[in-house]
Design a protein around this ligand. Structure first.
Ligand code: FAD
Length: 323
């Protein structure tokens, strides 16, 4: 039996999440002696797809038709479901990314499958059921979901599963899916890149700032720190509400949920609604002038002091380390 993984790319380059879902599916496959088949949609070169072999994928279905270049939710969901049927894959794994969040329920409905989205670690088998641990209530709790249906769809949180190498070589096979015109009722005509910065949901390091920065004119130092670390920038809700930063940077219960390896919170109090979006970060560093700020309770490292003094020194120190 095969497990199907849907892998994402940005302009022909596989995303880190592609290797994460491959590693994750391989670990599930190893429990039952199954194989992993990946599905790529869009224009990705064979040499790029071959990299998936190192993460346990033995076959890659490559759907590279011109009309599939840009993400189309309905069409992509149909293609994933038809690939699962062709490969007789009873388990489909996707990333719980922006596009994965839209695709996973559609794919599950098409396959009459149970869905666990937001998975954070390897599921365990209980007979023919899979028990999947996931985050719930905006990361405030964990839940274990049991998927007992024959077909199963799992959406894995970005940065939740470590990449695992495997000595497989991936065979690349062209895949011409059967899609109908209705699947293209809504289409992406063009993609205009607003920024070249690291994408926030998938960033390994996030530098985030709050109202303690006093105003938008002070963000240069936040961006400089992010630049030297190769990090994405984020902010608290009041900051984006005030228009100091774009809403796409707002993290928390009502914003984006992130789980980077390192989250640096600068001038953010650590309200529960903010923590809901960042508490699964592996390491949290807090810089705040108030020693009683609630954020310190969840911090791995804390610096009590004025961000306007500390952040430039920190940036300088990291620059020096790099030389
Ligand atoms: P403040 O609470 O004003 O904190 C500023 C901090 O900066 C303080 O701790 C202060 O000590 C520190 N500071 C000040 N000057 C300096 C300095 N010079 N150097 C260092 N530190 C300094 N918030 C979110 O972020 N995300 C959400 O998704 C979200 N969703 C919400 C949903 C609901 C339904 C509600 C009611 C609220 C939500 N909020 C959310 C708002 C949340 O409750 C807080 O109000 C908000 O997170 C506070 O933002 P802040 O920490 O930037 O500002």
């Amino acid at each position: 039996m095969a497990i199907l993984v849907y892998i994402e790319n940005t302009e022909g380059v596989l995303k880190k999440s592609a290797f994460e879902v491959a590693s994750y599916a391989k670990a599930i496959a190893d429990q039952k002696g199954d194989t992993v088949v990946a599905l790529s949609i869009g224009n990705v070169a064979d040499a790029e797809l071959e990299k998936l072999g190192k993460y346990g994928v033995s076959k890659v279905l490559n759907a590279s038709q011109d009309n599939l270049k840009n993400f189309v939710n309905k069409a992509y969901a149909s293609i994933i479901a038809s690939a699962a049927k062709q490969e007789q894959a009873s388990i489909v794994v996707l990333s719980n990314s922006f596009s994965g969040k839209g695709l996973a329920p559609r794919v599950a409905a098409k396959l009459d499958a149970g869905l666990a989205d937001g998975a954070i670690n390897l599921p365990t088998w209980n007979g023919d059921s899979l028990e999947v641990k996931k985050t719930a209530f905006s990361n405030k709790a964990f839940a274990t979901e049991v998927i007992s249906s024959a077909n199963k769809v799992i959406a894995l949180n970005p940065n939740a599963f470590e990449l695992k190498g495997a000595a497989t070589s991936a065979e690349i096979v062209a895949f011409t899916p059967d899609v109908n015109a209705n699947d293209f009722a809504v289409m992406v005509k063009d993609i205009v890149r607003a920024t070249d910065k690291v994408s926030l949901p998938e960033a390994e390091i996030v530098v985030s700032a709050g109202r303690g920065m006093k105003g938008p004119e002070n963000w240069a130092m936040i961006e400089e720190l992010a630049d030297v670390l190769g990090a994405a920038t984020a902010c608290s809700k009041p900051v984006s509400d005030a228009g100091w930063r774009p809403h796409s940077e707002h993290v928390g219960q009502t914003g984006i949920v992130v789980s980077p390896n390192l989250y640096i919170a600068i001038g953010i109090s650590g309200a529960i609604q903010h923590l809901a979006g960042v508490s699964s970060s592996k390491t949290i560093v807090v810089i705040n002038k108030d020693p009683e700020a609630p954020f310190f309770k969840v911090a791995d490292y804390g610096i009590v002091g004025d961000a306007f003094e500390i952040v430039p020194k920190l940036t300088e120190a990291i620059k020096n380390l790099k030389h």
